[in-house]
Design a protein around this ligand. Structure first.
Ligand code: GDP
Length: 534
């Protein structure tokens, strides 16, 4: 059934109430703090500070290593489900550090919306811009939270201008701050014509809201000092004149972002933002796939793997595949077809990630994220269905930008190293190439910090000290073309050829000139910087 106005499916209530989203930000803008407050108001934790204490993906390397040690726990922070009012929120965590952006980009394929956090003193920062562009590619609706308004911040009009200019999206203020820095007292809620007063004394308390009757209500003067009130009235008048009003369809189309001003650490503005997610959505969306799209209201279950985490418990070498359900009503024990291998899997122990713990998922609906423990069958990009051969599309794979040779500290252990590397390659943590000539492996990553994290994980999870060394190559290209032509090419260029973890042929070089020449001389071959996740 289609809604007559929007022409979108009318979803069953259990699906329609789901809100699956990620928070994106530049490091330090307040993503962790905001996440904590979401969980607090969602009743998922009792006290703010728990997320931090558990070592969520942190800014610094040492913190990240600690998180690696705490894997079992940190993983529950990868996708957190909790109820807020009538809605079920699925908050999917994105790693904060820019070096993990590949993971972040894939995560964004599993959500229906993003909350963009910016620091009121800094505005749009480099990482915000990059992440925003990925959301844009997918037309993801974006809700903006301008944080740290309790401190000296930039001029509000300036911040809004900057978002409009740099990100090319219309902005509509959902709230408007009153006073700046130490004089900040709260916000005027433009959506509900309410005054929200911040309580600096109790950081976990929800702000007091004062129902008023528009900006001329004399009650305003009881709460807002005269000079701030005058300024507020002027500014709101300007806002209403110059800026677009809230428009749900424009938000859903990704052309308009509502912005809330607040202070995550003071729990201020957070509930209004959560209400915004509840009220404006979006609901679970249609998923692009081949040969046909998947709509959330379909009766049968379909889902896809957007993240794999290996060795969550080093004793068991298990892996958890994070699956976003694209359609249907999933029940524990269901048999699903793994489309890539055409094998049927019984999903006996699905995990639902409630903020405090992992729990067996008895059931889940389109929009939810479930974890499926497995021994390596499930890979990023895989689709699970009730039998139909559908393949979800649009999960990006990135060209490795940095290549290094990895060697086991103990040369006798190179077989072990191979096994460890293959696991990380399948998990999507790195690209691994085995050169045709010579020993050792070449590892390709997107950000330099990934090398250190890999070294630490290989040592921690496999008891294998390794070292990374510079490689003679700087670029890797997958060689595509007719099988015979690819093989002839590979045999003639052995010194430059390697195989990836799937056995596919990769050309390694340090000269762009080489790549151009090959493409000119071998018109039947293409050299591609990425490989679609299959
Ligand atoms: P993340 O790197 O984006 O996850 O940022 P965090 O949530 O860890 O916050 C970075 C720093 O900003 C921490 O020291 C927080 O305590 C602080 N912070 C977060 N929200 C606020 C806020 O509303 N006001 C102020 N003054 N500081 C904040």
């Amino acid at each position: 059934m289609l809604d007559r106005v929007s022409n979108t499916p009318v979803l069953p209530p259990e699906i329609a109430r789901r809100r699956t989203f990620a928070i994106i930000s530049h490091p330090d803008a307040g993503k962790t703090t905001l996440t904590e407050k979401f969980l607090l108001f969602g009743g998922a934790i009792q006290m703010a500070g728990q997320v931090r204490a558990k070592g969520e993906a942190r800014r610094t390397r040492s913190d990240f290593m600690q998180m690696e040690k705490d894997r079992g726990i940190s993983v529950s922070a990868s996708a957190m489900s909790f109820d807020y009012g009538k809605n079920r929120f699925n908050l999917v965590d994105t790693p904060g550090h820019s070096d993990f952006s590949e993971d972040t980009y894939r995560t964004l394929t599993a959500v229906d919306a993003a909350v963009m956090v910016i620091d009121g003193a800094k505005g749009v920062e480099s990482q915000t811009q990059k992440l925003f562009e990925v959301c844009r590619m997918r037309d993801l609706p974006i809700l903006t939270f301008c944080n740290k308004m309790d401190r000296e911040s930039r001029d509000v009009f300036e911040i809004i201008d900057e978002i409009q200019e740099n990100l090319a999206i219309d902005v509509t203020p959902a709230s408007w701050p009153i006073g700046i820095g130490r004089d900040f007292i709260g916000c005027y809620d433009l959506l509900q014509d309410r005054l929200e007063i911040m309580d600096r004394a109790d950081r976990n308390k929800v702000a007091e809201s004062v129902k008023i009757n528009g900006l001329d209500d004399p009650k305003l003067a009881d709460h807002v000092p005269a000079e701030l009130l005058e300024k507020l009235r002027e500014e709101i008048e300007l806002v209403r004149e110059l800026m677009p009003a809230m428009d749900q369809q424009a938000l859903l189309d990704g052309t308009l972002t509502p912005i809330w001003f607040g202070s995550a650490i003071n729990s201020f503005g957070v509930k209004e933002l959560m209400d915004g997610i509840s009220n404006f959505g979006p609901e679970p969306q249609v998923q692009s796939a081949e040969p046909r799209k998947v709509s959330p209201d379909e009766k049968t279950v379909a889902g896809f793997v957007f993240k794999v985490q290996a060795n969550m418990d080093p004793k068991h070498r298990d892996r958890v595949a994070f699956v976003r359900l694209a359609s249907g009503h999933f029940k524990r024990g269901m048999k699903l077809t793994h489309v890539r291998t055409k094998k049927v899997m019984t999903i006996a122990n699905p995990v639902l990630f409630l903020a405090s713990d992992r729990e067996l998922a008895e059931e889940a609906w389109a929009g939810d994220i479930i974890g499926i423990p497995n021994h390596g069958q499930l890979r990023i990009g895989d689709t699970l269905t009730e039998g139909e051969a559908i393949r979800v599309t649009g999960i990006p794979s990135f060209a490795p930008e940095l290549l290094q040779v990895v060697r086991a500290g103990d040369p006798m252990k190179s077989k072990h190293l191979e096994k460890a590397l293959m696991q990380f390659a399948e998990e999507g943590a790195a690209k691994v190439f085995k050169p045709s000539i010579g020993s050792g492996f070449i590892v390709g990553v997107v950000g330099a910090l990934q090398f250190e994290v890999l070294a630490s994980r290989i040592e921690l999870e496999y008891g294998l000290p390794v070292r990374f060394e510079p490689s003679q190559f700087t670029s890797a290209r997958w060689v595509h073309g007719p099988k015979a032509a690819v093989e002839t090419f590979a045999n003639a260029n052995k010194a430059h050829i390697a195989h990836d973890h799937d056995g596919d042929i990769v050309y390694l070089t340090r000269l762009q000139w080489d790549i151009d020449r090959i493409e000119r001389d071998h018109t039947d071959l293409t050299l591609s910087a990425t490989k679609e996740m299959m």
